[in-house]
Design a protein around this ligand. Structure first.
Ligand code: SF4
Ligand code: SF4
Ligand code: SF4
Length: 379
């Protein structure tokens, strides 16, 4: 076996045993109580299992440097069921699970304004034997939570269940707790809308809060709709693969076309969502990129303000008409230039003479004047 080279005297010192590689987290453990018992289809939990930046597995297995140990309690994902699972809910409500992040999935069926019955519940009250409603859990858990995150549009703004005429009184969590509500750590409700939530948006937000809990990140920045600013600051249109077609006034009039979908119902120009940039799973997909109109599922007014789906948005009629006239002229000019650009220059030939078209414009051989010629003459 060859002998190992001796270390170079100029090599940097790369490891110092017994010295911590980084600042230790401010807390050793954090629990996540994930309530799926809003009016919910569990779609946000299922969606989040597709996250890769980071994955749920990396967070709970301790694979991310600097994080405290994370215990995830989610009725869909946890191994525990029944009372084994519910014990964490009771411990959190009694202040025995500190700190914990409360995740709410599904809209809040507010029995305080709809007293006919209850719409959603989880677990059974030991004293009364009655189901514990979702609102009751929120009232017990939110005041003790280190941070509260809403997963998906139902939990953030009410979503589909909060449509006009619904019998449940459903609403988003900020409507229920108040938009100025703050957690025990002084953090506002953090909304991650989407129907379902984009997986990496959800896990990146959770990761940010875990770093904040560890004392390794400043206060999470959110906008006036309580969305993380770095995730929801741009529109669908600004990241869309089809934006080049829009800019040329080239519109699809039926599904299956690669062109801009605004005429068949895409709301992308006015919707805050990053899936056209980020994709759905591991960078793949992103509604209009792959042929689906944006129906504004991340927006506080979803779905009522954006229906009927598949009709051209009223506000788009003026802008698409204006872009249409400008785009026809631009397309014509670009087609002409595109044709020219697709031809090789005329000096690429096998003849012996050099015909590069090069004509000096600033100097000339003795006895000759510099020639000034149009750039098009060379082509
Ligand atoms: Fe289901 Fe969509 Fe509501 Fe999430 S936001 S619970 S995916 S309906
Ligand atoms: Fe914009 Fe929608 Fe057209 Fe994409 S498909 S360019 S988001 S209007
Ligand atoms: Fe929802 Fe539109 Fe974003 Fe698709 S592009 S996820 S429909 S907001």
């Amino acid at each position: 076996m060859p002998e190992a080279n001796p270390p170079s005297p100029h090599a940097p010192e790369v490891s110092r045993p017994h010295e911590p590689a980084q600042k230790a987290p401010a807390v050793k453990e954090v629990h996540i109580i994930w309530v799926t018992a809003g009016l919910s289809c569990d779609g946000d939990t299922v969606s989040t299992t597709a996250a890769t930046l980071p994955s749920i597995e990396d967070v709970v297995m301790g694979n991310i440097p600097g994080l405290p140990k994370v215990h995830l309690h989610n009725p869909v994902l946890s191994y525990e069921v029944g009372e084994e699972l519910m014990k964490y809910w009771y411990m959190a409500a009694e202040g025995k699970l500190d700190p914990f992040v409360l995740v709410i999935e599904g809209s809040i069926p507010n029995e305080k304004i709809k007293k006919e019955g209850y719409w959603a519940a989880q677990g059974t009250d030991k004293e009364t034997g009655q189901p514990i409603t979702t609102c009751e859990w929120i009232d017990r858990l939110a005041p003790k939570a280190w941070a509260v995150v809403c997963a998906g549009t139902c939990a953030t703004y009410g979503g589909i269940h909060a449509m006009q005429g619904n019998p449940t009184g459903a609403m988003g969590l900020a409507d229920y707790l108040g938009w100025n509500w703050r957690s025990t750590a002084g953090i506002p409700i953090v909304n991650v809308p989407g129907c379902p939530v984009q997986p990496d948006n959800m896990m990146e937000t959770v990761l940010y809060l875990l770093y904040q809990a560890a004392g390794l990140a400043p206060m999470i920045p959110v906008d006036d709709k309580l969305r993380p600013t770095w995730l929801f600051g741009k529109t669908v249109h600004e990241g869309c693969d089809r934006a080049g077609y829009y800019e040329q006034g080239d519109f699809a009039h039926e599904y299956g076309s690669p062109k801009c979908l605004v005429k068949i119902g895409c709301w992308g120009p006015v919707v805050n969502c990053n899936v056209t940039k980020r994709g759905w799973m591991d960078g793949v997909g992103g509604c209009p990129n792959v042929g689906g109109i944006c129906i504004a599922c991340t927006m506080p007014g979803f779905p009522d303000k954006f229906m009927p789906f598949m009709d051209e948005p009223p506000g788009a009629k003026i802008s698409s008409a204006a872009i249409g006239s400008y785009g026809r002229m631009i397309r014509f000019l670009r087609a002409f230039t595109n044709h020219t650009s697709n031809n090789e220059p005329k000096w690429r030939h096998p003849r012996p003479e050099l015909t590069t078209g090069y004509h000096p414009t600033t100097y000339a051989p003795p006895g000759k004047s510099p020639q000034r010629r149009s750039v098009f003459a060379k082509l």
